[in-house]
Design a protein around this ligand. Structure first.
Ligand code: GAL
Length: 423
């Protein structure tokens, strides 16, 4: 805790000069003001967003916090829709992937090309993120991180009770889960919410079908891929996973599932590396108190990334606040301080890896290697690919299958039908 405050203080000092470069005589009177709509309310998330807030305030900004609890952001997305439709959008919104494009297409977002020009974003933002934050050739959002979705978080003490190591293949995963279950332990900590079920699903698609199959089925929505025997096998594995969770899983928040692994009430959790932020915020040491391993796949990497978009809201103070936020998010010091706490790795190219934990270093290497071998795929569960209607079709079928005795073949048929209707 003290460490992160110190880090925050250092960051505040490092970023203070930014104030001088931004404030100009014509805008001296308008205090940069942002109402920030986000959903970072868990322990680790709150630590990370505090660093951004402190940096914004250290540069003379007035941050009006608008948090919406509920991991994965579906609750926040509903609040945003209501606010925009009632003509009262927040000025600055944590937003991702296709949602950015949908709001840009609706004409609600400010373009950030001036800020991009001033901040040299073309050189700083990796290609994989440019297509996420640009719309019709203009920047309409600024990325703050790169999260990896396909992680397995293990409690080594619980695994040791059945002489197991973190599993590296799905066969090993199932064998370990069966041993844990037989010994009376909860194999898989899970929160039964559609976005979490979809997180399991896309991890299994990558692991069983591979990156090309993942792109065919989840990115290109190829009907043959959706109806394939491989997709039947994916739902077979989802059925197995549904037998490894505890009876209390329905509706559980993701970070409460992470806490179950921390406390040794469950052995493993499949979740993006925002879960690592929970372990770190609790003072847990990677490699000792918890182990991070990629979920079984052929060196794949499922990419998720958070960005900030600026909605069209009147007022000189708002415009200054949006300009300040856009210039802060990609600042090198901010990128380090925020991502160290968020569990993600920097969105900005060239940030030193010094001080990042072994899981983050593994993520940096895996990202580069996945790009090399064309095994980098984009998260559907976390809205990097597919619009709301198609994503909703996937989430509905995945969650229904997970929570009922629907057969794999029925799930495949229903998925193909609903996705084809929604696209
Ligand atoms: C993801 C988001 C992450 C993380 C997670 C849990 O969709 O990109 O930043 O916070 O939800 O809320």
């Amino acid at each position: 805790m003290v460490q992160s405050l110190l880090k925050g203080a250092k960051l505040v000092l490092a970023l203070a000069p930014l104030c001088a470069s931004l404030a100009s005589p014509t805008t001296a009177s308008a205090q940069p003001t942002s109402e920030v709509l986000h959903y970072w309310t868990s322990g680790g998330e709150a630590e990370a967003v505090k660093v951004l807030k402190e940096a914004f305030e250290a540069n003379g900004g007035r941050w009006i916090d608008a948090p919406v609890a509920g991991g994965g952001g579906d609750a926040q997305a509903a609040v945003l829709r209501a606010r925009v439709l009632s003509g009262d959008p927040p000025s600055t919104v944590q937003i991702k992937g296709q949602n950015i494009h949908e709001w840009a297409a609706a004409g609600t977002l400010k373009t950030l090309d001036d800020e991009a020009e001033a901040g040299n974003w073309d050189a700083l933002i990796p290609e994989v993120l440019k297509r996420v934050v640009k719309y019709e050739g203009s920047y309409v959002a600024v990325p703050i991180n790169i999260h990896r979705v396909d992680w397995l978080w293990s409690n080594p003490e619980v695994l040791a009770r059945v002489n197991a190591e973190p599993p590296r293949t799905w066969e090993e995963f199932n064998a370990t889960a069966e041993k844990l279950k037989a010994a009376g332990y909860i194999p898989l900590a899970h929160g039964g919410q559609p976005w979490q079920d979809a997180t399991l699903f896309e991890v299994v698609v990558l692991g069983i079908g591979g990156a090309d199959f993942y792109k065919n089925a989840l990115e290109e929505l190829n009907e043959d891929a959706l109806r394939s025997d491989t997709m039947v096998k994916v739902f077979d594995q989802m059925r197995k996973l549904s037998t490894y969770v505890d009876p209390g899983f329905p509706g559980r928040e993701w970070n409460l599932a992470t806490a179950m692994v921390m406390r040794g009430e469950a052995a493993m959790q499949i979740m993006g590396d925002w879960a690592k932020a929970e372990f770190l915020a609790a003072g847990e040491v990677p490699g000792e108190d918890f182990i991070c391993t990629p979920t079984p796949s052929n060196n794949g990497f499922i990419l998720n990334s958070d960005s900030f978009a600026m909605f069209r809201v009147p007022g000189e103070d708002v415009a200054e606040g949006q300009k300040l936020m856009a210039s802060l998010v990609l600042d090198e010091e901010l990128q380090r301080a925020f991502n160290l706490l968020k569990g993600s790795i920097p969105a900005r190219k060239g940030v030193s890896s010094e001080g990042f934990d072994p899981c983050a270093l593994q993520s940096m290497e895996a990202l580069a290697s996945a790009e090399e071998s064309d095994a980098l795929v984009n998260s559907l569960a976390h809205e990097i690919v597919q619009d709301g209607a198609v994503r909703g079709a996937f989430l509905d079928v995945i969650t229904e299958h997970f929570n009922t005795d629907m057969s794999s073949q029925e799930a495949v048929n229903l998925l193909a039908e609903t996705v084809m209707l929604a696209r």
